[in-house]
Design a protein around this ligand. Structure first.
Ligand code: ADP
Ligand code: MG
Length: 303
């Protein structure tokens, strides 16, 4: 198969592994810099251009779109979709998952466990907002934050009020969340491919820290997840419409609580913590999807 990897940086571990695993399985793999693609949207004849050439004949595209280029990146991916190329994750699903509020709203509607979460726009309602999520201690998150930056633990009601007021005063979009203390500074990353969790790791925050992000000094280790955690992670990815997702959950006393669903989950942490060939499993999924697509087209052709 001919496969495009949309990535800004061929040197990243995840990109390198996807190239390596694809070549190993006999595919033609090419890394394409998302931002260097330009497109033509003529009626019935959409095209994608790249460094002077027209991109043609691809069977599948693996989007690795960073948070800072979501808008243009999903437009490029959509153009591949218009050409009939199979996207590992669809552009609409990526857009959906990048919006934390929208994601939580969708997950809550489908009955998936999550920390009690509130959001507001006006500093006038802070008292009630705090009451709504069960009072202090609570977690305040900047919607635009990633890698743990912009996630604050307010231990007292006074601290919570000040931080929320300060953020809202700066016109920052925030959400306010129940603090899941039992998690003890750890969370579980479930790597979902299709309808399976193919690898899972536990991330533990360093002492004195509640954020388990590896970028904040957290450490990763292999973990065995429960059937309920497995089900929850797979369902969360399905609700978002993602074939491949990094689903992060907290172990609470009332079961798994989803924090976020990532559409371009990194491979380095999960492959080194679990020793699994996650990149290879991603290709196995793509191969199966393409086979099924071909079979459907053949059947349709006969009918
Ligand atoms: P980011 O997108 O910046 O990674 P997260 O929502 O994933 O933000 O939060 C970062 C980390 O903070 C999580 O991995 C988790 O360890 C901790 N954390 C976040 N929300 C809660 C919560 N409600 N209760 C307990 N710990 C939390
Ligand atoms: Mg996170």
């Amino acid at each position: 198969m001919k496969i495009a990897i949309l990535s800004r940086n061929p040197k990243l571990y995840s990109t390198r592994r996807l190239v390596e695993a694809g070549l190993k399985r006999g595919h033609e793999v090419r890394v394409i810099d998302t931002l260097r693609c330009y497109m033509n949207m003529a009626t019935d004849n959409p095209t994608i251009h790249y460094r002077g050439e027209t991109l043609e004949g691809y069977d599948a595209v693996i989007p690795r779109i960073g948070a800072s280029v979501t808008f243009y990146g999903t437009a490029v991916l959509r153009q591949f979709e218009m050409l009939g190329v199979f996207p590992l994750n669809e552009s609409v699903a990526i857009t959906r998952s990048r919006d934390k509020l929208r994601s939580l709203q969708l997950l809550s509607r489908r009955g998936i466990g999550m920390p009690v979460t509130g959001f507001a726009n006006s500093p006038d309602d802070v008292q009630d907002l705090i009451r709504m999520v069960g009072g202090a201690p609570l977690v305040i998150k900047l919607l635009q934050g990633t890698q743990g930056i912009g996630v604050v633990l307010a231990e007292t009601k006074k601290a919570a009020e000040s931080v929320i007021e300060a953020f809202l005063g700066l016109n920052a979009d925030i959400l306010v969340q129940e603090y899941v203390k039992e998690a003890g500074g750890s969370d579980i990353r479930c790597f979902v491919v299709g309808d399976r969790v193919v690898a899972a790791m536990k991330r533990q925050a360093q002492p004195g820290e509640f954020r388990s992000n590896l970028h904040r000094g957290g450490t990763a280790s292999l973990v065995k997840i429960t059937p309920k955690e497995r089900q929850t992670a797979v369902k969360a990815a399905k609700v978002m419409g993602l074939n491949v997702a990094g689903v992060d959950l907290l172990r609470s006393s009332s079961g798994p609580k989803i924090m976020e669903v990532n559409s371009s989950p990194g491979l380095e942490g999960i492959e080194s913590a679990t020793g699994k060939d996650v990149a290879g499993l991603i290709y196995a999924f793509i191969e199966k999807q393409i086979e099924e697509r071909k079979a459907t087209t053949r059947t349709k052709g006969k009918g």
